[in-house]
Design a protein around this ligand. Structure first.
Ligand code: MG
Length: 260
């Protein structure tokens, strides 16, 4: 089993790892403070592109951890940086929330509306989705415009049940016109990892990804040369680990068992 002693940066997923909704998991905030006290860096990495880093900053502070804005990483931020680096001077149509659009605007990206042509369609977790928005995205994609998604998750868990997430909207678009994104940014994919290493000025060998979902959090660690730590406080059970081809480096009952 790999050790966490040499890890300098711990990346944490949120729901199922640190909190459930608005409630921190038992001991999780103390663990974050313990890691920080031992000189470890801590960041929070979420695929949820419906909210901004400011929303998450507030949320984590409300959970009881004194986070700084630099400690928050969202797939929306990584998507905005990817577009500014790899699709410069392109106009963007965002099938996403105002928060995601603001993330793009922060990078000086030109955003078009439902009545305008655009070079690239960006699909996020659009909790403000309307038929008009969806139809406009499909019109652009049918014209052959570039297509990028913020993350691949099919569902976002909520206290009321699973919410259709970006992957589900992606499937709807594929049924409509056969188009799939040329790039999907978020966990477990490399563009998100590149953003993290850049943002935190660190090499993957010194980073651990801690999360409760095998196909996003753990695969993110494995695919991008980080140490992967599965916690059993969320959606994954020991039986699921045994059955899966995705094998975490370390399996812990909760974040409280992380050794430093
Ligand atoms: Mg989770």
């Amino acid at each position: 089993m790999k050790s966490t002693k040499d890890i300098e940066l711990f990346l944490f997923d949120l729901d199922g790892t640190i909190n459930m909704g608005d409630t921190p998991l038992e001991g999780a905030i103390d663990t974050l403070n313990r890691l920080t006290a031992h000189g470890k860096k801590v960041c929070f990495v979420t695929n949820n592109s419906s909210k901004s880093k400011y929303d998450y900053h507030k949320k984590i502070r409300n959970l009881g951890y004194d986070a700084k804005i630099e400690q928050i990483i969202t797939s929306g931020m990584a998507t905005a940086q990817f577009l500014s680096r790899h699709r410069p001077y392109k106009s963007i149509y965002v099938l996403g929330t105002d928060e995601l659009k603001r993330e793009m605007s922060d990078y000086g990206i030109e955003i078009k509306d439902e009545n305008q042509d655009a070079d690239v369609v960006v699909l996020g977790f659009d909790t403000s989705l309307t038929y008009d928005k969806l139809f406009h995205a499909c019109i652009l994609l049918e014209k052959g415009k570039d297509y990028i998604a913020t993350h691949p998750d099919f569902v976002c868990p909520s206290e009321y049940g699973n919410m259709p997430d970006t992957g589900a909207i992606m499937a709807l678009i594929e049924k409509t016109n056969g188009r799939t994104p040329s790039v999907v940014i978020g966990k477990p994919n490399a563009p998100m990892a590149d953003f993290v290493f850049d943002h935190c000025h660190i090499e993957p060998e010194k980073v651990a990804m801690v999360g409760d979902r095998l196909y996003t959090d753990i695969l993110f660690g494995i695919n991008n040369k980080m140490t992967s730590i599965l916690v059993l406080t969320g959606e994954t059970t020991v039986e699921m680990v045994h059955k899966s081809h995705i094998k975490p480096d370390i399996v812990l009952d909760s974040v409280n068992d992380i050794e430093v």
